[in-house]
Design a protein. Structure first.
Length: 420
């Protein structure tokens, strides 16, 4: 019996080591997200901002019109340039964007694949046009009516980078989709709010973030992986920059409409994060060893497993015949449960989220089944794959413009050769 216990000890230690970063991250940030919000910006610095909204778009002819219409409604008459970067498109994305009232930059380069390349091109174009800051909004999104005003105010009051609340929803009734939406709310809303309350950099979520052009100029945007937002944020943190979280403004995007699309999206994101962890965790720990405490939270975030995998490992730990690991696992499961409850409370259907949590074991099993795809996506040479999403409900502006008048609003369609 004693020998058997000795065999379980290293297994228990390994499970604790693998799950501890996630447990600490969730415990600290979930608790912090409930603290009173503090205004860390200086209203005395208020200054006008020449803002460009950059929409990176690859074959988004179905969705980009609604995105641009919601952005135009959000400008409320402010002089904001809405720029769609039609990147390697084989459909009518550029035409649809111009019809909706956007300025279009066509960027065709077969060697430049992925959203990061489109963003780098968009930032360069905004700089060439004398813009003070750029706001990134994905082509499959719609924004709250106050979004541009809130972003302008934060940047004008001294913020160098901001992240708006980013939620992903779906009309699908599949349990995995509902649970995925809940998980994203925890990742995209609860955790950034917790960081912001603690005075840390909130993070960049890839959609609904804005940054001053001076920051981009001093920290070149060369993050071109499938998790370019994560890499860019790490670079900013190491450069001493802080991203502020704007919970009053929201950008919404739809989850994939099919199980296959959902699996593709999750495996791409989680595989990309795994690759980023291999690339950046060592350097972040090195910075931490040199006394740079700003590297602590990004390192903890990178070392954290996705909740589904962490919960599965903790269930294994509960089954081990070791008192200490069982106590740890039960406490850890309680931490995860509290995080999920806060995420559900932050949404609009708390009762529905509570009911769907009964299907969580099936969600964890689904996550485990796609582990091999996640590992393939974590390779550094993994190709970028566009995820098919369900169409969003068309945005209806107060006055519906005709196609002809919409084209008159557009500045025009420009090729990438015009960027100096």
């Amino acid at each position: 019996m004693l020998m058997t216990t000795y065999l379980y000890e290293p297994i228990g230690a390994a499970l604790a080591l693998l799950t501890l970063p996630l447990v600490v991250e969730l415990a600290v940030l979930t608790l912090a997200s409930r603290l009173p919000r503090r205004n860390r910006l200086n209203s005395a610095l208020s200054a006008p901002i020449h803002l460009a909204v950059i929409i990176p778009a690859h074959n988004e002819e179905v969705l980009i019109g609604s995105c641009i219409e919601s952005l135009r409604a959000s400008t409320a008459g402010d002089p904001t340039r809405i720029i769609a970067v039609a990147h390697n498109c084989s459909d009518r994305t550029a035409e649809r964007a111009a019809e909706a009232g956007a300025e279009v930059v066509v960027y065709n380069d077969a060697e430049a694949r992925g959203k990061g390349c489109a963003l780098a091109h968009g930032f360069a174009y905004a700089t060439s046009q004398g813009m003070d800051a750029s706001l990134i909004v994905d082509a499959d999104s719609t924004v709250s009516p106050n979004l541009i005003g809130v972003v302008r105010n934060a940047l004008g009051n001294g913020a160098e980078a901001v992240q708006c609340k980013y939620e992903m929803d779906s009309s699908s009734k599949r349990p995995t989709t509902r649970l995925t939406s809940l998980a994203f709310r925890g990742f995209n809303v609860v955790r950034p709010a917790g960081r912001d309350r603690l005075g840390l950099s909130a993070g960049i979520l890839g959609n609904g973030f804005a940054v001053r052009q001076t920051v981009v100029a001093n920290n070149s945007y060369n993050s071109l992986s499938v998790v370019e937002d994560l890499e860019f944020h790490i670079r900013l943190v190491l450069a001493g920059k802080k991203v502020h979280f704007l919970s009053d403004a929201k950008v919404s995007s739809g989850l994939p409409s099919t199980q296959q699309g959902e699996t593709t999206q999750r495996s791409r994101w989680e595989g990309g994060r795994a690759n980023a962890a291999r690339t950046w965790l060592g350097p972040l720990l090195g910075q931490l060893a040199r006394g740079r405490l700003c590297a602590l939270e990004p390192a903890l975030d990178l070392a954290s497993l996705p909740i589904g995998y962490g919960a599965a490992l903790l269930m294994v730990a509960v089954g081990l015949p070791l008192t200490w690991i069982r106590i740890y696992a039960l406490i850890a499961v309680l931490v995860i449960a509290c995080h999920v409850l806060v995420a559900a409370w932050s949404g609009t259907d708390f009762a529905g989220d509570m009911r769907i949590l009964a299907r969580a074991p099936g969600y964890i099993f689904w996550k485990l089944c796609m582990l091999s795809r996640v590992l393939r996506s974590s390779r550094s040479d993994s190709a970028w794959v566009r995820t098919e999403r369900e169409p969003v409900i068309p945005f209806e502006p107060a006055a519906q413009a005709t196609q002809a008048s919409a084209v008159e609003h557009a500045v025009g369609i420009r090729t990438s050769l015009e960027i100096s």
